[in-house]
Write a protein that binds this ligand. Structure first.
Ligand SMILES: Cc1cc2nc3c(=O)[nH]c(=O)nc-3n(C[C@H](O)[C@H](O)[C@H](O)COP(=O)(O)OP(=O)(O)OC[C@H]3O[C@@H](n4cnc5c(N)ncnc54)[C@H](O)[C@@H]3O)c2cc1C
Length: 437
């Protein structure tokens, strides 16, 4: 097995594809009985070893679809393995949409919420904040339900839980009536964007930008609700440009920079010149989802929104230093704070800074340098992206970490869902298996 990025590889003894909740329950009970470990995989789009196990790997690919829809309340209960693109299509047909999404839609809904996946927009929390009910099979094989009104504290622990609370089987989402978005993507000056950042974030429903190292250029992306009808031809052209032209042109530049690292700065500057203006008008789910055909490694940190400008001064210095030969853009987004125990946006309105490196290139020194800076601003990493956290750091930056671990212990006392990676990351005491490096 390997993940999307190819940086995590492993050999599970068994891969199971249950298609009912009863089967999921039985697999957990059997694993607990035989002292085996289970890890869950959604679409394998995380960059960390969250799904690695030598025992049982469970995929819910055969456990997808809608359980029930309440079109009067705009609520949907779905099977946890449902991929976001399938979910979006189903909601759309029922006149609904999700209030916000990240920039791809191939993840499973359970995988996305389990790592705190997010989009951008000052009024919107991570995808986990759209969840209003969860049902899961815990390590004892019991079915547990939780929501803001039932087992509330457990709900706050389970909303972002990296698959250590149990196997999520059903997720209830608060949706909104379906809506059309207009997205404008254009080259802009980094200096001008930083000078007018507050207005850009305040005046647009969703604002984000990608800064290109060594340049004063950003791709500035504003997205707003419109009453206009979708524009089929323009959308097709922009899809062609995004999928084919941008991805493959960029792929060529990435390969060139990999072969000739000393030319990285020229590649970044050429990439900046190639950015064109694009407009797209379509239903929300068609606008959020973009194409990511080029493989990369990623680290993304959440920092308090007010620290963004200062942090970026140091981030740009590192990326421009020529020490690391990086040309991949740095993506900057904004997310509303929440009250979910292990959400990187816990207790604060946040900015996210995401750094990418082309696959197979050593990202270690670059990510280490950035991680030191971002942590000094109170940074918390995206759980699905690369980071070097240890249990003592987690305890320091997550005020509710010990409550989270108390719930984990209660739900999975025999550590059925704990792998060597998770034991090390979370500092699970009395972990029974010999740790691997
Ligand atoms: C190209 C690309 C673009 C991305 N864009 C964004 C973005 O815009 N915003 C963002 O925030 N992130 C983004 N990500 C990161 C991605 O959203 C997260 O890593 C997400 O967790 C992946 O979902 P998945 O279904 O692949 O889950 P996986 O990566 O397979 O699993 C993630 C976690 O969920 C657990 N899990 C899966 N299913 C269950 C279940 N049923 N019950 C309990 N636990 C479960 C797994 O054990 C694991 O711990 C991107 C990643 C890639 C590769």
């Amino acid at each position: 097995m390997k993940n999307w990025a190819g940086n995590i590889q492993w050999n599970p003894e068994v891969i199971s594809y249950p298609s009912t909740e009863q089967e999921i329950q039985k697999i957990v009970q059997d694993a607990a009985h035989h002292k085996q470990k289970i890890r869950l995989i959604g679409s394998g789009h995380s960059f960390t070893a969250l799904f690695q196990t030598k025992d049982v790997l469970m995929s819910l690919d055969k456990y997808q679809g809608v359980v029930s829809l309440d079109t009067s309340k705009y609520q949907a209960t779905v099977k946890a393995g449902t991929k976001l693109n399938i979910l979006s299509d189903t909601l759309h047909k029922a006149g609904m949409g999700m209030e916000n999404l990240g920039d791809i839609d191939v993840q499973s809904i359970a995988g996305a919420i389990s790592t705190g996946t997010h989009g951008t927009g000052k009024d919107f929390g991570t995808l986990s904040t759209q969840v209003i009910g969860l049902r899961f099979v815990n390590g004892k094989g019991e079915i547990v339900s939780c929501s803001p009104t039932e087992n509330r504290e457990l709900f706050k622990a389970a909303q972002v839980s990296m698959g250590v609370m149990g196997i999520i089987t059903e997720i209830t989402i608060q949706c909104v009536p379906k809506y059309i978005l207009e997205v404008l993507s254009k080259p802009d000056s980094y200096r001008e964007v930083m000078a007018s950042l507050t207005e850009r974030i305040e005046n647009n429903r969703n604002y984000e930008f990608f800064w290109l190292p060594y340049t004063d250029t950003v791709i500035s992306k504003t997205t707003n609700i419109t009453q206009s009808e979708p524009l089929p031809t323009a959308n097709l052209l922009s899809k062609f440009s995004e999928y084919v032209v941008e991805n493959y042109a960029f792929l060529g530049l990435c390969e060139f920079a990999k072969r000739f690292p000393s030319r990285t700065e020229s590649v970044a500057k050429l990439s900046a010149k190639l950015i064109s203006e694009e407009r797209k008008v379509d239903y929300s789910h068609c606008v959020y989802a973009t194409a990511r055909l080029i493989k990369f490694r990623e680290m993304e940190y959440n920092i308090p929104a007010e620290a963004f400008q200062d942090a970026m001064k140091e981030v740009t210095k590192i990326a421009n230093s020529k020490k690391y030969n990086v040309h991949f853009p740095i993506e900057c987004r904004w997310v509303k704070g929440d009250d979910i125990m292990m959400s990187p946006a816990y207790g604060r309105d946040s900015a996210y800074i995401a750094c990418h490196v082309y696959s197979n290139k050593d990202c270690g020194p670059y990510f280490n340098a950035l991680e030191t800076v971002l942590r000094s601003y109170g940074g918390r990493p995206h759980w699905g992206k690369m980071h070097k956290l240890t249990p003592d750091i987690i305890a320091d930056i997550y005020p509710q970490f010990s409550s989270f671990m108390k719930h984990r212990e209660e739900q999975d006392p025999d550590q059925v869902f704990i792998s060597p990676y998770l034991a090390k990351l979370l500092g699970v005491s009395n972990y029974a298996t010999v740790m691997v490096a």
